[in-house]
Design a protein around this ligand. Structure first.
Ligand SMILES: *Cc1c(COP(=O)(O)O)cnc(C)c1O
Length: 356
């Protein structure tokens, strides 16, 4: 039976990423050695890092004045790295979910944090709009895709202060106008690579403006100057990230990917909206994530939740349980997820409806 991998993260990767990574573990770049046992300063690995950085920039059309770095620590370490490097005295945050809230809390250790708006009271079922950002904020932090609640800011915002975004779960899912951001970061394990590497796209002239001492490893400048090689980088996930970036390019890049993602998500949202047993907690079409599609049982069918889970599991659906904080179901439909898998889930929902 084919297993359809809807896991939220770590999550589905292109077949070529997995295959090429496995091959490199056995014999890396014809060296006769495993990728796991060669120096990160070997010419073969330096070439991997250089190509990954260059392709990352190419695919997102990153303008001059920005650098891309690969570091460890996950997106969660970025929650402190961002204020460490950018907050002089005040920062503004949009509270759109668990991760956004964690980022906001972490920043409080560095100065005044203004929560400009929050959708917490409605269990994060929409993206707040119409808020004011204090003009004296050093930056405004957003989480473009709320992995747990299935909401997404799909357009680049125009704001009056430097914009910082956690794009852990929607990077490379659409074209991004990088020039509108000062910093973008994310853990790679949702849409790019296995766990272990974190990316940051940094506008260089935004650095060096705070007075505090920044620990070496938490200073973006360290990793920019060191070409992501200041210390031993996470070689295996960087290698895998390069394979995904090559696949993305072959697929036609982020613009082509966005088209496919819109089509893919429509298959499932249409079924959720049509099916009498299910509903989407995120009502506003504009806010619905193309990467994490949440759905719950309609009120009168609540008791069927476990039965549907077993029904779908028996048809090969894996990883569809909603996050433990919200329950229900969540189908993560990252770039590498084929439309046929989403169709299989929609078909299972249809079949289940007919049964009841
Ligand atoms: C998964 C996730 C994180 C946490 O990433 P780690 O790499 O595990 O620290 C942060 N933000 C968002 C939006 C996520 O989806």
């Amino acid at each position: 039976m084919k297993i359809h991998n809807f896991s939220a993260g770590p999550s589905i990767l292109p077949e070529s990423t997995i295959k090429n990574s496995a091959e490199a573990v056995l014999n890396f770049a014809g060296t006769g050695l495993s990728l796991l046992e060669v120096s990160h300063r070997s010419k073969e690995f330096v070439a991997v890092m250089d190509e990954a950085t260059a392709l990352f920039k190419e695919l997102l059309d990153i303008p001059a004045g920005y650098e891309v770095v690969f570091v460890g620590g996950g997106a969660s370490t970025q929650f402190c790295m961002v204020p460490y490097n950018l907050m002089k005295s005040k920062a503004a945050y949009l509270n759109t979910g668990t991760w956004a809230n964690k980022a906001l809390k972490e920043a409080k250790g560095f100065g005044e944090v203004v929560e400009v708006a929050s959708s917490k009271d409605s269990i994060y079922n929409h993206i707040p709009k119409g808020y004011d950002i204090p003009a004296d904020a050093d930056y405004f932090h957003i989480t473009t895709n709320n992995t747990i609640y299935g909401t997404e800011i799909k357009k680049d915002l125009d704001v009056n202060v430097p914009l910082v975004a956690d794009m852990s779960s929607d990077i490379f899912s659409r074209p991004v106008d990088i020039s509108k951001y000062t910093l973008i970061y994310g853990g790679a394990q949702k849409n790019l690579a296995p766990a272990g590497v974190t990316f940051a796209i940094v506008k260089e002239d935004a650095l060096g403006k705070v007075d505090r001492h920044i620990p070496t490893m938490l200073n973006y400048k360290t990793h920019i100057d060191g070409g992501s090689m200041f210390n031993t980088p996470p070689v295996f996930p960087v290698y895998s990230a390069l394979q995904t970036l090559k696949w993305l390019k072959e697929m036609g890049g982020v613009a082509a990917m966005e088209k496919i993602n819109i089509e893919k998500a429509a298959v499932l949202y249409d079924e959720i909206d049509r099916n009498r047993l299910f509903k989407a907690p995120v009502a506003d079409l504009e806010d619905r994530s193309l990467m994490n599609i949440c759905f719950i049982m309609n009120d009168e069918y609540k008791e069927l939740e476990k039965e549907f889970f077993d029904f779908a599991t028996a048809r090969g659906m894996s990883g569809i349980k909603g996050h433990r904080s919200v329950g229900g179901f969540r189908a993560s439909t990252y770039n590498a997820m084929p439309k046929s898998s989403i169709q299989a889930l929609a078909d299972a929902m249809k079949e289940f409806e007919a049964k009841h």
